[in-house]
Design a protein around this ligand. Structure first.
Ligand SMILES: Nc1ncnc2c1ncn2[C@@H]1O[C@H](COP(=O)(O)OP(=O)(O)O)[C@@H](O)[C@H]1O
Ligand SMILES: [Mg+2]
Length: 415
């Protein structure tokens, strides 16, 4: 590795430890092959998505002993998810354990309230918000930021879990209860012309970064269903979003990939949240960018030169495949989807519980509409439908109103 002398040994064939074995680790494994990198996993279960494809997998929870063992076996240790207690990482990091991202960066990614506080202190643009400990404080906070509001659990949420909305004081107690009570972030529900995401890759020990073109993400019921790259926003908005994300990435200083979720209100770019790992909004980069987010995550955490983040096609669209409600397995329909020859089909090896992300399809094409149509068609086939239901990108699929993104909490599942 290209590291300052004495900090870590240079290794021609490095081993990268990964805490967690979901689909991100599985796609990281695919990117590791051409780079000559070996992965060592700490998996939650033997049949976890990445555990199925990485022979060097140990099963266990990420406690002190398991992490020390992983550090011992590897040249650098990275993460498939944020659900690791930084207090367990701290003593190991103090002894020189090479965690990438650092425990400090993980702390910021894990806690939306902590994250908002750091971003706000740095003058970064975020929605108006307050932290509330109980429902009375939440009411006062909502009056302060203005109705309607979004109520968020600071920790442990994903795919819209831990997020609820309240239009008025009558609706607040239900929203408060649905996320399990406080402390919670109460924030202004901003109008959404589009949701954007920008990936930034950072090179360990060097601090260099590359910024991917902004993508547009479509959420339904709080879960990302579609990603369109590059985002269909004016050039100056895309350029501004890239600058905001680069500033955030600088603050977070997470080695490897950092994903910055943004709101475009039609007037302003605001920061929603930050993840310090490869992200669903970047799966299109596998086929659609010169260097995938997974390759750049490995290059970044290993301190290697980063690859070109730019697009290889005018438009790339990823459609997520969620477990259908009828309990059928999308893998059983694989051949049907593969008849769409320009669709890249990804299946994660996960049990298809209703609403759970079990795969995705990416199509690169001459324009966003063509790529969307092809990607939706292939994704529909995976869930046994002949024709796609092609909602307009963005906004509430029920009302097709981009000003009112759906935040219904029904139908989710564990990752
Ligand atoms: N302040 C807000 N205003 C409008 N919509 C919001 C706001 N906060 C969250 N949302 C909507 O809820 C979705 C999920 O919220 P987020 O905080 O990103 O949670 P998660 O951790 O589940 O991704 C967002 O992608 C967006 O569609
Ligand atoms: Mg989010």
């Amino acid at each position: 590795m290209s590291t300052p002398p004495g900090t870590e040994r240079a290794v021609a064939w490095p081993r990268v430890g990964v805490v967690g074995a979901g689909q991100l680790a599985r796609m990281l494994a695919a990117a590791a092959v051409p780079l000559g990198v070996r992965l060592e996993l700490l998996a939650e279960a033997e049949d976890a998505s990445a555990a199925q494809v990485v022979p060097a997998t140990r099963i266990g929870v990420p406690d002190k002993d398991a992490l020390a063992d992983l550090v011992e076996r590897c040249d650098v240790v990275t993460f498939d998810h944020e659900l690791v207690d930084p207090a367990v990482l701290d003593p190991l990091a103090a002894q020189g354990a090479p965690f990438a991202p650092s425990p400090a960066a993980l702390r910021m990614a894990q806690d939306k309230a902590h994250q908002r506080a750091i971003l706000e202190a740095a003058g970064a643009p975020v929605p108006a918000h307050r932290l509330a400990d109980d429902v009375d404080a939440a009411l006062a906070a909502a009056e302060h930021v203005g109705w309607p509001v979004v109520v968020k659990a600071p920790r442990g949420g994903y795919d819209g879990r831990g997020v609820a909305t309240a239009d008025d004081p009558e609706g607040l107690p239900d929203a408060w209860a649905s996320i399990g009570g406080g402390p919670a972030l109460i924030e202004q529900r901003v109008p959404l012309a589009a949701e954007l995401a920008v990936l930034v890759a950072r090179r360990r020990h060097h601090g260099e970064t590359v910024v991917y073109p902004p993508t547009e993400t479509v959420q339904q019921n709080g879960i990302c269903t579609e990603v369109i790259a590059p985002a269909r926003v004016p050039d100056e908005v895309a350029a501004h979003a890239g600058k905001v994300a680069a500033l955030v990435a600088e603050l977070v200083a997470a080695d490897g990939i950092c994903a910055v979720e943004l709101f475009w209100t039609g007037e302003q770019v605001l920061i929603n949240e930050v993840a310090t790992r490869p992200h669903n909004s970047g799966h299109w980069t596998i086929e659609g960018a010169t260097t995938s987010q997974f390759a750049n995550h490995l290059r970044g955490v290993l301190g290697w030169p980063l690859g070109d983040p730019n697009v290889r096609a005018p438009a790339s669209v990823t459609v997520n495949v969620l477990g259908p409600g009828d309990g059928s397995d999308p893998a059983a329909h694989r051949s049907d989807a593969l008849t769409i020859g320009d669709a890249a089909v990804h299946l994660y090896g996960k049990t298809a519980r209703a609403g759970r992300k079990v795969g995705h399809v990416t199509v690169c094409g001459p324009d966003a509409e063509t790529a969307r149509e092809r990607a939706h068609r292939a994704a529909a086939r995976l869930v046994g439908a002949r024709e796609p239901r092609l909602a307009r990108g963005g906004g509430d699929p029920a009302t097709n109103d981009p000003q009112r993104p759906a935040l219904d909490r029904s139908g989710g599942e564990q990752p």
